[in-house]
Design a protein around this ligand. Structure first.
Ligand SMILES: [Zn+2]
Length: 557
């Protein structure tokens, strides 16, 4: 999803600038949440066994999570995150109660028994409370207690950024995903819960509730774990994809089933396009689902949350403004497809399959998801349409603060992580100058980092190595500065003089420019002046290929 949507800045000015966000000071709690501290480093989560009873009547939940982990090194104090105002009732290992001290949103649990390196152990946490209710989901996090248009109770969760520990006890970092997870959600009859993975069992309880036991067989980042409980209809389909038959399960509200059967047909061409460019859908075992939600949407793994109201474009009414749909590119391309199906599903590859260990490297999620929007336009309408979508989307770029955020405090960087990051990738594709090679790099990323959490550095190194082009300076420029590379040039008697300014030291990215009528040619500017022969009738006709996200300034006046 999008934590810092450009439109949010335009429509809700009261929230302050991104620069103010970037300059905020970080607290002890931010560090506990965002770092791999001593209470986290010694163990690796392998299985979460989550059981939660949801009570819409008083907006409370109660449940337990069995946290199974592998011991990596000596450690007796374990950090388990569960945010205020949730309460832990008891914690147990080997049938014995554990003691803990609470430090805000983190619990430090003392484990009296030996934690032998390599062994698998389980701590079970029993808890309850009234979880924070999201006021502006999905931009903030928490439970969304709603009624649908027919007054049926509708309960959903969205907690990217805020974190899964807003409603369940977990090791709340993107750096550690369990290998699999059970999500057993109990709701009052006749509500139906749709969570991630596959439904293994439905149990009707004597107290007028039903337990829906979902199981995810793959690693899952914990902000993706979701409750979607309401009055849902169901229809299904099969997508014959690169890894066989992928089950598609669609869960709209009952009264939207006819509309959904039309709008959600976009799932198939989306899957075909993204499999072609990014490789096989990462979760054949868990299936692909679209689940209607009252909030705009979220990349909940194998159960994508959908709240775009069954229209193409981006439903900007979700930001509190008038009910309308937007094309971020301003080129018309964004009205040709459903933003939430395309953007959130793109995260199945970039965000869910390949997860950033630290939110500071959120470009691994959002820059690629924005780039994927352009790729989908390309699949639908051709290469030029895809390029125009990405080029047009540059109007959203602010260059207010760097894309890469501060490390270790669970904080992302600038909202430019979307459109500027997408434009960076589009620029890199020009430099690779070989679409099959570029596609192999994108597919290779998903294959090499399959079901893994990675650092931004790993992604950068992989892309340089596989393309055979050292992109270090390009990444440094676009990800860590707010400066747009500027081609300074002069044209004098058939000679073009040029150099890069406004760049990081050593920046020498090649770029295509018009050197003769109708023909773009490569030049290789650096920080020192260089020159090339130019055959244009007038200097005014000089242009830089607009596929490159750079500026050009005539230094000759
Ligand atoms: Zn996103």
């Amino acid at each position: 999803m999008r934590r810092w949507p450009a439109t949010l800045f335009l429509l809700v000015t009261a929230i302050g600038s991104a620069q103010a966000q970037a300059n905020r000071t970080f607290t002890h709690a931010d560090t506990l949440r965002g770092s791999i501290g001593p209470g986290r480093a010694w163990w690796d989560a392998t299985f979460y066994d989550l059981h939660v009873k949801v009570s819409p009547a008083d907006s409370s939940i109660r449940g337990w999570n069995g946290i199974t982990y592998r011991v990596l090194s000596a450690g007796q104090e374990m950090q388990i995150d569960l945010q205020v105002p949730m309460e832990a009732d008891s914690m147990v290992q080997d049938g014995k109660p554990l003691t803990w001290r609470r430090d805000g949103n983190a619990f430090f649990v003392t484990l009296p028994s030996a934690q032998r390196v390599g062994s698998h152990r389980t701590v079970t946490v029993y808890y309850h409370g009234k979880p924070i209710a999201a006021r502006r989901a999905p931009w903030d996090g928490g439970y969304i207690w709603k009624r649908d248009s027919l007054a049926n109770t509708w309960v959903t969760t969205a907690n990217q950024g805020a974190g899964a520990s807003i409603w369940w006890p977990t090791k709340d970092t993107q750096a550690d995903e369990p290998d699999s997870q059970r999500i057993a959600i109990t709701v009052p009859d006749p509500m139906v819960d749709i969570s991630n993975g596959r439904l293994r069992k439905t149990t009707h309880n004597a107290d007028g509730t039903t337990t829906f036991e979902w199981f995810v067989t793959s690693p899952i980042n914990n902000y993706d774990v979701a409750v979607n409980a309401g009055t849902y209809a169901h229809f299904s389909d099969i997508f014959k994809g690169e890894a066989g038959n992928l089950t598609l399960d669609f869960w709209p509200l009952t009264y939207h089933v006819d509309t959904a059967k039309v709008q959600w047909q976009q799932a198939k061409p989306m899957l075909a396009c993204f499999e072609h460019w990014f490789g096989p859908y990462p979760w054949y075992a868990d299936g692909y689902k679209l689940v209607e939600t009252p909030h705009l949407g979220m990349e909940h793994q194998s159960a994508v949350a959908y709240g775009n109201r069954f229209k193409n474009g981006y439903f900007s009414g979700s930001l509190g403004g008038p009910e309308r749909w937007t094309d971020f590119s301003g080129m018309g391309e964004g009205y040709k497809w459903d933003f939430i199906i395309v953007h959130e599903s793109a995260h199945e590859w970039f965000g869910n399959n390949i997860t950033a260990t630290d939110d500071a490297d959120g470009w691994i999620h959002e820059s690629f998801a924005n780039y994927a929007e352009g790729i989908f336009s390309e699949c639908q309408d051709g290469k030029e349409a895809g390029a125009q979508y990405l080029i047009g989307s540059r109007r959203q770029i602010r260059n207010d603060s760097p894309i890469v955020g501060p490390y270790g405090v669970n904080r992302g960087g600038s909202g430019d992580v979307y459109y500027k990051g997408g434009s960076m990738l589009h620029t890199m594709r020009q430099i690779v100058d070989n679409d099959e090679k570029w596609r192999a790099v994108l597919r290779g990323l998903n294959k090499t980092f399959w079901h893994q959490t990675v650092t931004g550095r790993q992604v950068q190194d992989y892309m340089s190595k596989q393309s055979g082009i050292n992109f270090d300076k390009v990444f440094e420029q676009y990800l860590t500065t707010t400066r747009v590379p500027t081609l300074e040039y002069r044209i004098n008697q058939g000679t073009l003089s040029f150099r890069w300014t406004n760049v990081v030291p050593g920046f020498d990215m090649p770029v295509k420019v018009l050197l003769s009528p109708g023909v773009y040619s490569w030049i290789h500017p650096a920080e020192a002046w260089d020159s090339a022969e130019i055959k244009l009738p007038s200097a005014a006709e000089f242009k830089v290929d607009e596929n490159f996200y750079v500026r050009a300034v005539n230094a000759g006046g």
